[in-house]
Design a protein around this ligand. Structure first.
Ligand code: CUA
Length: 383
């Protein structure tokens, strides 16, 4: 005897109801339950025209599939109830072929696919086309494991923190010097890979409004393509400024930092940085004639940064003492904050981050505590 014999309709409904509720809840995930200020990685609160174009497609497709789901469930529910085992002996009436039905279920999916394909392809061409004339061009280079940002016109270079003007078209030229990375700042829009040997492009205009002299809006980003040991700590921060504030920031970045003569620790740190500390070979600091290295992140105005090690540790919200302690640890033992950051004496990791002098090859730089303190004083004076 069939186990479904005379199963009451009500028990079927009580089985389905919790699942339907769960489904409804999960589709609500696309709504305002996850506001951007507490969920910086939300993918459904776009802040750019580029992100918005993708969002429109996403919403259209969600509506289409939701309607299909409801229709399918209604038909399924009807069939389950209408044709359930009625307990009578013998087979029910058999049916063979139905031309209208077969045409219907062939044409309907074709129509659905066209409804999804046409706007999708249209959007792909829209957002993949040429950036508008006069867009701010920034070259983004994926490194292991940090980001280099170069403002093409002004030549200003920074690392891991990208400052941009709101309301102006921005064109990113995405490159990598070693392995494939992926640029992903969810609120700016979709991902774009950074592939060695080619330049990918992405352009957008930030539509969030920022008042003049107001705090910039911060958008968080990650690397979205597995690129090695510290892929998870290859973060970036994008700051949207009022255009006038951005212009000011860009000008300020060109102004060399002059270390105050009274700050003897920083002065000594500067000497160390440029000389025996070995920092200048890899890092550039505008205003420090010796520091022109390109291997490591550009450290111009380093003291204004919000995090260290591409977001591996936060400087934001920390007291000067805590910042000093964190930077000292970063110099003394970078591996304790971001493993694989130093290349030590291992030549095969030459493209990695720091290259601190390590004559005895113990994995720790040959700096005394006093020297570390001076270097930190120098870094904290770079603003
Ligand atoms: Cu770079 Cu993952």
């Amino acid at each position: 005897m069939s186990p479904w014999k005379n199963v009451p309709v009500r028990s079927t409904l009580t089985t389905i109801a919790p699942w339907a509720a769960l489904l409804a809840l999960s589709s609500l995930a696309g709504c305002d339950l996850w506001p951007a200020d507490t969920n910086p990685f939300t993918t459904v609160q776009p802040s750019t025209d580029f992100g918005h174009a993708i969002q429109v497609i996403y919403e259209q497709v969600t509506w289409i599939v939701s309607i299909i789901m409801v229709v399918v469930f209604l038909i399924l529910g009807y069939v389950v109830v209408r044709f359930r085992d009625d307990g009578k002996p013998g087979n029910p009436k058999q049916i063979h072929g139905n031309a209208a039905l077969e045409f219907g279920w062939t044409l309907a999916p074709v129509f659905i696919v066209i409804m999804i394909t046409v706007p999708t392809i249209k959007t792909i061409f829209e957002i993949g086309g040429q950036a508008p004339e006069g867009a701010l061009e920034v070259r983004v280079t994926g490194k292991r494991w940090w980001w280099a940002f170069e403002y093409m016109e002004s030549g200003v270079v920074t690392a891991n923190e990208l400052h941009l003007p709101a309301g102006k078209p921005i064109s990113l030229l995405l490159e990598s010097d070693t392995v494939i990375h992926s640029f992903w700042v969810p609120r700016l829009g979709g991902k774009r890979d950074l592939v060695p040997g080619r330049v990918n492009r992405m352009w957008f205009t930030i539509q969030d409004e920022v008042a003049e002299n107001a705090e910039p809006i911060e958008y968080l980003g990650e690397c979205a393509e597995f690129c090695g040991e510290q892929h998870a700590r290859m973060r970036k921060r994008v700051y949207a400024h009022h255009p006038n504030d951005f212009a000011e920031w860009l000008e300020a970045m060109k102004v060399p930092t002059k270390i105050d003569d009274t700050n003897t620790a920083a002065k000594h740190g500067e000497e160390l940085f440029s000389g025996t500390g070995g920092c200048a070979g890899c890092h550039t600091v505008v205003g420090n004639a010796a520091a022109t290295g390109k291997t490591g992140p550009n450290l111009t105005h380093y003291a204004d940064r919000h995090s260290i090690g591409a977001g591996a540790a936060l400087l934001d919200g920390k007291s000067p003492e805590e910042r000093t302690a964190l930077l000292s640890q970063w110099l003394r033992d970078p591996d304790s904050i971001k493993h694989g950051s130093t290349k030590h004496a291992n030549a095969s990791r030459a493209t990695d981050g720091m290259n601190l002098p390590d004559a005895n090859n113990d994995g720790l730089p040959d700096l005394t505590e006093a020297e570390v303190a001076d270097l930190v004083a120098y870094l904290m004076a770079l603003k």
